[in-house]
Each structure stands twice: as C-alpha cells, then as structure tokens.
Design a protein around this ligand. Structure first.
Ligand code: GH3
Ligand code: MG
Ligand code: MG
Ligand code: MG
Length: 311
C-alpha cells in the first residue's frame, strides 16, 4: 500500500504549487486624452516592470476594463468628452469594478476639486508633474493590494482552488473567446461518490482531507491551461480549452483511477474513495447548455454505478 496522505502534507504541497508560479506584472490602465502624457507615464510604469494599456478616449473605458482587466486605473482629470470624475462614477457602478483602485493624476492643485474627485471613489489624487519613483510606489502599493484582495475573492478556502463565482466568470470569458476564434471548450463536472458516507463514517475533518487530496491531484496532473474550481461541496469543475472529447475523457479517466488508488487514514483504518464525472463540449453543445449537459452526463455516471465518466 502507498503511504497515506496527511492533511498537512497536502496543504504544503498546495502552497508550493501556487507559489512556484512567477507573479504576473501589475496591469495598469492609463487614461489620458494627451497621448504623449499617457505614454510618458506608461513608460515609467513599464520600466518598473508593470504592463500598461493606454486609453485616450474615455468612451472606450468599459471595453478597456473588460478586455485588459487592470489592477489599477491611472486617471487623468480633464478630458474633452468627460471628466475623470464622471468616469470614476461610471466605473464604481459596475459590481465587478467596485474595488478596482482608481488613482487620479492631474495638474489640478485645488484641494476642494481634488476632494470632490475622491468622493466618487478614487483612492488617491496625485499631481502632475510627478517624480517617477513617487508614481511607481503610489501605483505598485495599490495594485498589490488589489491582487491580494482578488486572490482572496476568487479562491476556495479549503482547497485553494477557484471558487464558483470565478468559475462562472471564467467560463463566460472562455466561451466568448471560443466563439470568436472557433475554439473548443470541454466542461468537466466531478462529484465524489458516497461522500456523505465518508463524513458519517470518519467525520467531517477526514472528509475535508479527501477533498483537499482530490484538489491536489487535479492541480498536479492537469495542464496549466485547464482551469480547476470547486463548484460546490464535493463537486469540482474543470474547464479544458482546445481538447477533443476523447482526449478529455482519457485524461479524466486517468485521474479517476489515480484517485481511487489513494489511501486515506482514519484512526487505525485506511479507506479509499472514488468519483464520477460528466463531460460536455462546446461547440457541439451550446455555451448556455454546457454546464447542464455535463451535469446530465454526471447523473448518468452515478446512475450507471458510479466511479465512471460519461459524455
Ligand atoms: P453521490 O455518490 O450520489 O454523490 O452521494 P453523496 O453522498 O456524495 O452525495 P450527497 O450530495 O448526498 O452528499 C454530499 C455530502 O458532501 C453532503 C455534505 O455534508 C458533504 N459536504 C459538502 N461540503 C463539504 C465539505 O466542505 N467538507 C466535508 N467534509 N463534507 C462536505
Ligand atoms: Mg487631460
Ligand atoms: Mg454532490
Ligand atoms: Mg457526491
């Protein structure tokens, strides 16, 4: 028998997996109607290792936010079409961007005007001209905080996998890209078999260990392009772009076998667990019905005796 997996080892491994990845550069959206000014500030931030996107026309703000997904917006105050203040107010009305840091950078030195701009939800008001190191630190500190907040918001506390909310968002984005580029998307739903019995027999903490072990297995074996999330209690979802149904089935079946071989320790007993799965694929199934179809296939797998994957 292989050595049983301990909860502590699992958690450490999860930490290693997540911290081994290179941190991505901060993404800063620079909004300024004057191209040279925007470029100058962008250059300073890029030289400090950040990624920037420039926006000269305020009307493009919603698209820029949706596509570039910035960690912070560096906002000019006075632009011909509308003010930075109007733009901030607009951004704050969108639930996805409620906590996105907005930093004004303007030649406006009037404190009253500055405060009124901050009232619409900006984080800080910097004045032009600014020392490069002041701009870098003001931006980096706030972008970093946004990153931390975002990672807390999108992860599941027990397993460290992405949570339901993030899964749903990511699926939307992936499907939108697939529609544009003729891409394929496999949706996999996994559900642990007789998990209630595991809890009833061995207790909730041991049940938790099983879930963490499954999460770890999925994270270790899947490609970095596959997104793994905890869909609900003992249900996991995997979004796999650009694979055939046959390939996805092969991969998930391999994982199913590996999982069924894990031994868990409960007092002086060892036990093992299995999962069932369902797979559907876009474009054969429409985006709207993709999760439903995977769920139906999962139901078939359960009905067929569990510890199996259905299409
Ligand atoms: P089936 O094979 O049909 O899926 O049976 P099942 O027992 O797995 O299904 P059921 O949906 O009846 O039970 C799921 C159980 O998962 C019930 C719930 O208490 C448990 N559960 C949900 N979230 C957690 C969790 O975070 N930790 C633990 N230990 N148990 C959880
Ligand atoms: Mg201006
Ligand atoms: Mg279930
Ligand atoms: Mg279950």
């Amino acid at each position: 028998f292989p050595k049983p997996i301990r909860a502590i080892e699992l958690v450490e491994t999860l930490d290693n997996i997540t911290s081994r990845r290179e941190p991505e550069p901060f993404r800063i959206l620079v909004v300024d109607d004057e191209p040279e000014v925007a470029e100058y500030h962008s250059l300073i931030l890029e030289e400090a290792g950040m990624t920037t996107s420039l926006l000269h026309e305020p009307s493009g703000i919603l698209e820029a936010l949706a596509e570039f997904r910035p960690d912070l917006v560096l906002m000019d105050m006075y632009m011909p079409q509308c003010t930075g203040r109007d733009l901030s107010r607009l951004i704050r009305q969108i639930p996805d961007f409620i906590s996105l840091p907005i930093v004004f950078l303007s030649s406006e030195t009037n404190k009253v005007t500055q405060v009124s701009a901050m009232r619409v939800g900006a984080e800080a008001f910097l004045t032009k001209p600014i020392q490069p190191e002041d701009l870098i630190s003001a931006v980096a500190i706030r972008a970093e905080r946004m990153r931390t907040l975002r990672s807390l918001m999108v992860r599941d506390g027990l397993t460290g996998l992405f949570n339901h909310t993030f899964l749903a968002q990511y699926l939307e984005t992936t499907l939108a890209a697939a529609r544009r580029e003729n891409g394929k998307v496999c949706m996999v739903m996994i559900d642990v078999d007789f998990f209630k019995t595991v809890n009833d027999t061995h207790g909730h903490p041991i049940g938790d260990q099983v879930l963490v072990a499954l999460a770890r297995l999925l994270q270790q074996r899947l490609r970095t392009t596959d997104l793994i999330g905890r869909y609900g209690g003992e249900e996991f979802a995997i979004i796999m772009p650009n694979v055939s149904l046959k390939e996805a089935l092969g991969i998930i079946n391999g994982l199913r076998e590996d999982f069924s071989r894990l031994k868990f320790q409960s007092g002086d007993q060892t036990f093992s667990c299995t999962f069932s799965g369902g797979i559907s694929r876009f474009p054969e199934i429409s985006g709207e019905r993709l999760v439903d179809a995977a769920d139906k296939a999962l139901y078939e797998a359960k009905r067929g005796g569990r510890n199996r994957i259905e299409l």
